[in-house]
Design a protein around this ligand. Structure first.
Ligand code: F6P
Length: 552
């Protein structure tokens, strides 16, 4: 029997703990002017540039992190991931989002079957649906072409496509310019009811996106959408055939709901929900930016997959980003992480990442079920940087909380011919302003008021202590390719962290109990059945039922 050594007892781990202790006495400003250190801590992968030199680490710490990665067999774990080994041990399946990005001529045998042809068949189905809608051949019940597509999904069946559609608004091809893509996720119905008021049933198409096809949030929105359609055309079969597409791993459940076979697109159990935007869950992206741009996103992600599986650890962008994440969260005990894009097109990216990182790595047991004795995933949140400067940066600069940040920005912007010369010039200046702010903020977070040569007579309420670590990630430009690479970079960062922490990033058991209890609560809310409850819940329920009874 092999002897199990907890991570925290590995010599590489203890070495880093010692380094972290020593780092407590170092301010980032002590490291900030070392050119050689800067050079050693800046990296490139194709159109992505990574600067981790504003992190509280040096070459010996980075080497120590790489040695830890080797000690926990990260290179083998990466090969296991991309080759289809059962990396999701609690659900006994592989996690093959990387396969979704393999080119047609690739091949990957899983359970004695090459899965690449199936993946490309599904892409071909997506393409044919996209073509029919873009060429106005997909008609609603009255014979008019579809003008509005509503994606109904939640979590991974919403955030990935929503994020990418927001990010790529400048890549809409002419054939898609008249098509509007909308997203509805929330169970309370607000988004849907607001939206339905602006749409025409005869020209609206719903995509019901759900890996499991059991998620009540999605099914309740889909049910309301169906009722809205039926009010205009009381012929369920016709409405289903012309106005509902289903995307799921569960064909029987889609069929039971009424989605005709022709309107179903399937994907596979081995695609995790939060990793599914590359599958048919990405249909809204393809509808928004065209299939060629969607494929370019896949190519960008595939480029990053190759970096991840082939580059040495110390030169490997996702590995480096993951190691820095572990260094901050576990060794420096920084429990909050903010993602700050300096580009309004990436406004959904922080929300997307909050699911990707926190649903994957918000865990407290290792793969064998032992309780962990170290901190894992930090609280992750974010916002478009320039807006956040006028909102929560106060806390970053003068609060009591240590926070690590990722600054993300494209180098080039507004290069297209969409604008008049004057407008283009003005927008380019706005982009430079955004970049200047991006650089200014990470500099102040690092140096504090030493960045402005302030003196000791400055009162405390005006002082900036600095010493908040950050990473800066620059993209040559934001395009389908670079977006694909960026998203894959973070997917792999999450995996790297999970391997160091020895946790399964591909399950999410922590979200299940709330769903069960909500079912019980619904019974307590709408029926007279007695349910044993705690005092607070009982009181709130009483209040709601009492108020409803009085017609409030
Ligand atoms: O409840 C969490 C979750 O299962 C996520 O992991 C998932 O992305 C989301 O719900 C939606 O699930 P589905 O695609 O099965 O509707």
């Amino acid at each position: 029997m092999s002897h199990f050594t907890p991570r925290s007892e590995l010599p590489e781990w203890c070495f880093l703990q010692g380094k972290a202790k020593a780092m407590q006495h170092t301010h980032l400003r002590d490291l900030a002017y070392d050119q050689a250190r800067n050079q050693a801590l800046t990296f490139q992968a194709g159109p992505l540039f990574l600067d981790i030199s504003k992190q509280k680490l040096d070459a010996s710490i980075l080497n120590g992190l790489v040695r830890l990665a080797e000690a926990v067999k990260l290179p083998q774990a990466i090969q296991d991931l991309v080759s289809g080994a059962v990396v999701n041990n609690t659900e006994n399946r592989p996690a093959l989002h990387t396969a979704l990005r393999l080119p047609k001529e690739g091949s990957l045998i899983v359970n004695d079957k090459d899965i690449v042809p199936d993946i490309h068949e599904s892409l071909a189905r997506m393409r044919s649906i996209v073509d029919r809608i873009h060429s106005r051949q997909w008609r609603g019940f009255s014979g008019r072409a579809i003008t509005d597509v509503v994606n109904i999904g939640v979590g991974g069946s919403d955030l990935g496509p929503y994020m990418a559609c927001q990010a790529l608004t400048e890549f809409v091809p002419p054939e898609a310019s008249q098509l509007h893509i909308h997203f509805v996720s929330s169970i309370d119905g607000t988004q849907l009811s607001d939206l339905l008021g602006t749409l025409k049933p005869e020209t609206t198409l719903f995509i019901v996106s759900s890996k499991s096809f059991t998620t009540i949030d999605t099914l309740s929105n889909a049910h309301t959408a169906m009722q809205w359609m039926l009010k205009s055309k009381n012929d369920k079969q016709l409405v289903l055939a012309h106005h509902f597409i289903g995307v799921s791993t569960q064909p029987q459940k889609m069929t039971a709901w009424g989605i005709p076979d022709n309107n179903q697109i399937l994907f596979w159990e081995w695609v995790g929900g939060r990793f599914s935007l590359w599958s048919a869950i990405g249909l809204p992206i393809a509808l928004k930016v065209g299939m060629a741009n969607f494929e370019s996103m896949l190519a960008g992600a595939h480029f990053m997959d190759n970096e991840f599986s082939q580059k040495p650890l110390a030169q490997n962008l996702p590995v480096l980003l993951g190691l820095v994440g572990v260094w901050n969260a576990t060794f420096l005990d920084i429990r909050a992480h903010s993602v700050l894009p300096y580009d309004g097109r990436l406004k959904v990216f922080p929300s997307y990442l909050s699911q990707l990182e926190m649903e994957s790595n918000g865990k407290s047991v290792d793969k064998e079920g032992h309780l962990l004795d170290y901190h894992t995933c930090p609280v992750l949140w974010g916002e478009v940087g320039p807006n956040a400067q006028h909102a929560f940066y106060q806390l970053l600069h003068q609060g009591t909380q240590a926070v690590s940040c990722d600054f993300i920005a494209p180098i080039q912007r507004y290069t297209g011919s969409l604008y008049s010369d004057e407008a283009k010039k003005s927008l380019q200046i706005q982009h430079q302003l955004a970049l200047a702010n991006c650089l200014a903020q990470s500099r102040v977070l690092m140096l504090g008021d030493a960045s402005a040569n302030s003196d000791d007579s400055t009162p405390n309420f005006k002082r900036y202590r600095g010493n908040q670590p950050s990473t800066t990630l620059l993209l040559e430009e934001l395009s389908p390719f670079t977006l694909g690479a960026l998203v894959a970079l973070y997917e792999h960062k999450v995996f790297v962290m999970s391997v160091i922490w020895d946790i399964n990033p591909f399950d999410q058991w922590g979200v299940e109990l709330g769903k069960k209890i909500a079912d019980k609560m619904m019974i307590a809310l709408v029926s007279d059945e007695k349910v044993a409850l705690d005092a607070s819940t009982q009181g709130l329920l009483h209040l709601i039922r009492h108020a409803e009874g009085e017609g409030i």
